[in-house]
Design a protein around this ligand. Structure first.
Ligand code: PGA
Length: 252
């Protein structure tokens, strides 16, 4: 079985104007070649995507969007489709981030429609799932991530599931400085892998599962050493060149 290539993506959220985005993208582009064992990506805000994609042309750095709508075109004021995101140079789209679920009310059914739209456009979705603190404390972590995973993947055939990247992000670890311990993270990743084996046998060993939630240069190596952790989705620490490059250079 071919080894899964790790994938580390920086999610810039609502930060960085065009100028700042180009500067940070350039710093990442400059180190990208020294990291052939990795896939490296960034998810700037919509307004900087085009400029960043142009700057990164030929660099092999993935340009991802942070969200999209499921329709291709139409009277949907304020929305952006996978088709338009492909047009500006995106190859990946983050779907179902916990901030989308929490602040914008996205549910598994909507996330499922968005995933299908991303796949239809031949882009790669990065599907985020993860439990809240209260759910973890109530012992519901597995139940929650199972519902989110299977709900998001509903009616998506195994050949398509193979290409999806999953990001397990415990909500209590996002932006809080609290990382899941490597053992806590691996436990959930292993559970997700088992679910994939049960439901999408032929895809299960291929699907990359990133960990997200306060990943930093100091904790990334331990996380990446876990057998079912295949990368990281990084928020805060992806906003500066030193910390993000520090993460990309994790000890192997
Ligand atoms: P964080 O964010 O690294 O700042 O915790 C992770 C994310 O929201 O994807």
């Amino acid at each position: 079985m071919e080894k899964r290539k790790p994938i580390i993506v920086g999610n810039w959220k609502l930060y960085k104007n065009i100028q700042e985005a180009i500067e940070l993208a350039t710093a990442i582009k400059n180190v990208r070649q020294s990291l052939p064992h990795l896939e490296v990506g960034i998810a700037p805000p919509f307004t900087a995507l085009h400029a960043v994609a142009k700057r990164l042309e030929g660099s092999n750095v993935i340009v991802a969007a942070q969200n999209c709508y499921f329709e291709e075109k139409g009277a949907f004021t304020g929305e952006v489709s996978p088709m338009l995101l492909a047009d500006v140079g995106c190859t990946h789209i983050i779907i179902g981030h916990s901030e989308r679920r929490q602040i914008f009310g996205e549910d598994d059914a909507l996330i499922n429609r968005k995933l299908k739209a991303v796949i239809k456009q031949k882009l790669t979705p990065i599907l985020c799932i993860g439990e809240h603190l209260a759910q973890r404390e109530a012992g519901q972590t597995f139940e929650v991530v199972e519902r989110q995973l299977l709900g998001a993947l509903k009616d998506i055939p195994t050949e398509q599931v193979r290409r999806i990247v999953i990001a397990y992000e415990p909500v209590w670890a996002i932006g809080t400085g609290k990382t899941a311990s490597t053992a806590q993270a691996q436990e959930v990743h292993q559970f997700l892998r088992k679910l994939l084996v049960e439901h999408y046998r032929d895809a299960a060993e291929r699907v990359r599962i990133q960990y997200g939630g306060s990943v930093k240069p100091e904790n990334v190596s331990g996380l990446m050493a876990q057998p079912d952790i295949d990368g990281a989705l990084v928020g805060g620490a992806s906003l500066g060149p030193d910390s993000f490059i520090g993460i990309l250079r994790y000890e192997r």
